[in-house]
Design a protein around this ligand. Structure first.
Ligand code: DX5
Ligand code: ZN
Length: 218
């Protein structure tokens, strides 16, 4: 089953409930929230209060991507705000096994994110404990960037890693996913597709959501 996760990073936040309704009615499976603190990445977005508003606006799972320093300090806040999936960056967490365990203790699914230059093999000793591996296909921090071309190879490596460990984490991609890039990452083995600007900056949010969903469902 291939899942589409629109990122509200590019949505019209002054009309958030309506924007979420549009993607939900057009085939979205998760709602992706890009949390940025201006320290781990050079941009600031939103925090638990907005996740709470998203949770009120949808029945879909809320997929929270923490691009923040010291994410361990905020896990409870994001879980209490309604996060169903909480993903932390491999590059930022020193005691990653403890963090993954804590996210699960809180009742959420636990994800690890890797930046474009972090080897997939870095995850070989945590992969069997995670529910989601998010492979960044742009450098984190901003929507609307170009897809990094070696991403398909990295997705294939993640598929191999999962097989070798008999693990069952989902593989997610995030950044530069649109009608031109989504097919090749799907063929490479991706399960969940984050798309922000290709949906919310399009002329027709419903149609672009349905089109991407259709491309991964074939
Ligand atoms: C980067 C963000 C973006 C966002 C999707 O930190 O994580 O990748 O979700 O952005 P688009 O789909 O506009 O590239
Ligand atoms: Zn993201």
């Amino acid at each position: 089953m291939k899942l589409l996760a629109p990122s509200i990073l590019s949505a019209d936040l002054s009309n958030l409930a309506q924007q979420i309704r549009l993607v939900e009615m057009s085939g979205a499976d998760w709602i992706h929230c890009d949390i940025m603190d201006g320290h781990f990445v050079p941009n600031i977005t939103f925090g638990p209060v907005l996740v709470k508003a998203v949770k009120k606006s949808t029945k879909l799972p809320v997929d929270v991507h923490l691009m923040i320093k010291n994410p361990d300090n905020y896990l409870e806040d994001f879980r209490n705000a309604g996060s169903d999936i909480i993903s932390v960056h491999f590059e930022e967490v020193i005691h990653l096994n403890r963090t993954i365990t804590r996210i699960k203790e809180l009742g959420a699914k636990a994800g690890v994110v890797i930046n474009p230059s972090t080897p997939v093999s870095s995850l070989k000793d945590i992969a069997e404990y995670i529910d989601l591996l998010l492979i960044m296909t742009v450098n984190p921090g901003f929507g609307g960037q170009s897809f990094i071309s070696n991403s398909e190879r990295r997705i294939a490596e993640a598929v191999e890693l999962r097989k070798s460990l008999k693990a069952n984490f989902l593989i997610e991609v995030d950044g530069g996913i649109n009608t031109k890039t989504i097919k090749s990452v799907s063929i490479a083995g991706c399960d969940v597709f984050v798309a922000g600007s290709s949906i919310f900056h399009s002329d027709n949010i419903s149609a672009s959501t349905a089109e991407l969903k259709n491309l991964i469902s074939k």
